[in-house]
Design a binder for this molecule. Structure first.
Ligand code: CA
Length: 259
């Protein structure tokens, strides 16, 4: 049995851990514990609960109001790992700056970043968004259409990215992508970047923006981008969506076409 003296000696250590990692404990509480409890009590998945809120509070056909309503839900009701307003500004600014005509999004989730991009794209641009989870894709489809974007502008593809990317040219008539937004499984970033290269989908000057490269992180992806000589890169330092206390970053990389 541990003596009281030793147990007392550990108290300051436990307190310092609690204080140091309080933001991560709070994230675990909101993103895991509260979600599990509400899933159990309501029998409705969290993305569908969020959509019910969007349906009753957001103005249809108003993309910015739909984004604001998502943020209200995520700040005040339940945590949802949407892009969030801070990162949305970085993404939106880049879309305005690059004015891409073809955009590929990997990881639609609930359609938040899809709407951020779609409302900033130039006329005639096309956005193809890929989500492997059929239930989340169904929520995203409803959100995107509620925001007023039709199938000609935003095409949704349901399937794993490693199967969709090789089919982009023949099946989806997307011959090159000027802008790629990656926000799916972080361990797939490197594989999918190399798939885009292998299928000759990146024109010279193409921009790839990858979210969460600091938290939870994508070290192999960053290592490759920095070492392969094919990309110029920079990190936009920011914080995790809806959690200012947790540092995160988005990697902006530009394909130089050099081998
Ligand atoms: Ca993300």
């Amino acid at each position: 049995m541990v003596s009281p003296a030793i147990a007392l000696a550990f108290i300051p250590f436990v307190f310092s851990l609690l204080i140091r990692y309080r933001h991560y404990f709070w994230l675990f509480y909101r993103a895991v514990l509260v979600r599990c409890l509400r899933d159990y009590l309501t029998g409705i998945p969290k993305e569908d609960r969020a959509f019910q809120y969007i349906m009753t509070h957001a103005i249809p056909g108003d993309p910015l109001h739909i984004l604001e309503t998502f943020d209200q839900w995520s700040y005040h009701c339940e945590y949802l790992s949407n892009l969030g307003p801070q990162k949305a500004k970085i993404l939106e600014r880049l879309i305005y700056e690059k004015a891409p005509l073809t955009v590929l999004e990997l990881g639609t989730y609930c359609g938040y970043a899809t709407i951020v991009m779609a409302q900033a794209l130039p006329l005639g641009a096309r956005l193809c968004t890929v989500e492997m989870d059929a239930r989340k894709a169904s929520v995203a489809e409803k959100v995107i259409r509620l925001a007023g974007f039709d199938d000609d502008m935003v095409e949704q593809v349901v399937g794993p990215s490693e199967e969709v990317i090789p089919q982009l040219k023949e099946k989806y008539r997307l011959f090159q992508v000027d802008f790629v937004f990656m926000d799916h499984w972080k361990r797939c970033y490197l594989r999918d970047l190399q798939l885009l290269e292998a299928h000759d989908l990146l024109p010279e000057g193409a921009t790839i923006l990858a979210d969460n490269v600091i938290f939870p992180g994508a070290p192999h992806f960053l290592q490759y981008v920095k070492a392969c000589g094919k990309y110029k890169w920079r990190i936009h330092r920011t914080s995790l969506q809806y959690f200012r206390g947790i540092r995160d970053g988005m990697a902006q990389i530009t394909y130089t076409g050099l081998q």
